[in-house]
Every structure is written in C-alpha cells, then in structure tokens.
Design a protein around this ligand. Structure first.
Ligand SMILES: Nc1ncnc2c1ncn2[C@@H]1O[C@H](COP(=O)(O)OP(=O)(O)OP(=O)(O)O)[C@@H](O)[C@H]1O
Ligand SMILES: [Mg+2]
Length: 253
C-alpha cells in the first residue's frame, strides 16, 4: 500500500533581518498510510504548524521533499498545485476566520463543489447533505459565520473540508478553541466521518495529549523542530523514552 503522505528531511529555516535564524522544522521525515490518523504533539513553538504549512505548500520548505499519493508535490505550481490541493484539506483553530465573514457558510462549502464542476442544484443538495453529516441542519447554509457558535462553525469547516472528498485531512488545533464538551463532539464527528470515508487519512495536531490518545493510531512528538519520539499513543504516554516527552507528559498528568 502506498502512503497518502510522505515527507523526507523537511526543514524550514526562517531568516529575519537583524535576528538569528530560526530553525522551525529540522529534517523531519514521516509517512501516513490510507485510513491512518497520525497525531503530532509538542510544546508551543516546536514547529507543528510550520510543518503542516509546508505539507500544504502554504510555506516553501528550505529543504526536503513532500509526496502526496506517491507524487512529489514539493515544487508544483499553478494548475498542478491546485490539483494537489484538491486531495488535501485543512481545518484550522479558529473556525470563524476560515470562512469569509461576508459570505454564508453554504457559499463557503459550495465553493469547492462549484469549482469541481457541480451545478447549482447539485451544489445545494450536496451542501445540505454535508451539513447533515456534520451534525447541522441544512438551514445553516444560509447563516453567516458570526451567526453561529464556535462549535457549529467548526462543523461547517469540516463539512467544507470534506466536500471534495480529500484523501488527507489536516487538523491544526481544530478543537483547541472549543470547550471540552464541544471538543468531544467534534472528535466523535471526525471519528464517524473517518469510518464513513474509507481511506481518509488524518494529520491531527494538538496540544491535548488525552485527545490524541483517544483519537490517533500513532503519535509523533516534536521538540525544537525535530521528531524526538513516535509510537502508539498508549505506549508513548505510558512509557515515554525521550526525556522531553517525559516532561511534556508529566506536565499534564
Ligand atoms: N513567519 C515566521 N517567521 C519567523 N519565525 C517564525 C514564523 N513562523 C513561525 N516562526 C517560528 O518558528 C517556530 C515554530 O513555530 P510554529 O508556529 O510552527 O510552532 P507550533 O508548534 O505550531 O506552536 P503552537 O503550539 O503555539 O501553535 C517558532 O519559534 C516560531 O516563532
Ligand atoms: Mg501551531
């Protein structure tokens, strides 16, 4: 079986005038198989967001390669890059910011469907179906981002991300801004969607080790831009090998 995502030696060095260079991500390599959910944990500033921003090509890597479905996407541009973007979608921390405040949630969800060639009726029908699958009624299609709660907006963001049936879903602190009950609901929703869309691979970035333990098949621990440990979440939490992981886990238990 081929990995949905593989990164090799991925590195990002931020160079800012008058300041020392920041090595935000330092030769990171890992792969993600179809249907797998991989968690990434690590303290604030350890390079998690920089890493996924390179995977989605929002940031150019300083060094290293990215493969999506076996195709190298590190240097893609234009039409080919847009085509790669159709296979991976992101859900961010602040749901409201991921929607245009002047457009309805339904417009936001329908956009990628229309871009993929769906007509008006089909877009409407599919948007309603996606909203329902994400625990909202079709009525939410007519609402603006400021007219819904954070949890509802995150459900709509997930509906939008899944609209074009990506192979890879990247969640960067997607539940961090929500309260514990809503967090749990979103995790259950992601779990259901994962079972429904066979083969959907998820990269799940979180500060919350307990959530990662509950939701992920495997976890990477990042420290200062590097992967210091990886394994099954239960094993890593029960018996961390790396001194930094030990500290990280002690700090939350
Ligand atoms: N555009 C940038 N220019 C310069 N330095 C940056 C830039 N973006 C991030 N950094 C630095 O890179 C390092 C990694 O940041 P990153 O946002 O990837 O961390 P993170 O693990 O996602 O943290 P958090 O858990 O707080 O979201 C930090 O030291 C940060 O200050
Ligand atoms: Mg981050």
């Amino acid at each position: 079986m081929e990995a949905v995502l593989a990164v090799e030696g991925l590195t990002k060095i931020f160079k800012t005038k008058g300041r020392a260079d920041t090595v935000a991500v330092d030769h990171v390599s890992f792969s993600l198989m179809p249907g797998e959910c991989l968690g990434i944990i690590g303290e604030s500033g350890s390079g998690k967001t920089t890493l996924v921003n390179m995977v989605t090509r929002l940031l150019a890597p300083t060094e290293g390669c990215i493969f999506l479905d076996g195709q190298e996407i590190t240097g893609l541009k234009g039409r080919e890059l847009r085509e790669a973007w159709r296979r991976m979608q992101m859900v961010f921390q602040s749901p409201a910011e991921s929607f245009d405040p002047r457009r309805t949630l339904g417009d936001g969800i329908g956009e990628s469907l229309r871009n993929a060639g769906a007509g008006r009726e089909e877009t409407k029908r599919e948007t309603a179906r996606l909203l329902k699958a994400c625990g909202l009624t079709p009525e939410y299609a007519g609402r603006y981002p400021h007219e819904v709660s954070g949890g509802q907006c995150q459900r709509a963001a997930i509906a939008r991300a899944l609209a074009i049936k990506p192979k890879l879903l990247i969640c960067d602190e997607a539940t961090s801004s929500l309260d514990v009950t809503v967090q749990q609901e979103i995790i259950e929703l992601l779990g259901r969607l994962r079972r429904k869309q066979d083969g959907l691979a998820i990269l799940f970035i979180s500060h919350d080790i307990a959530l990662v333990q509950q939701f992920c098949d495997r976890v990477l621990v990042m420290y200062r831009g590097r992967i210091v440990e990886q394994g099954k979440p239960d094993d890593v939490i029960r018996d961390p090998q790396d001194p930094y992981t030990k500290k990280l886990i002690e700090s939350i238990l």
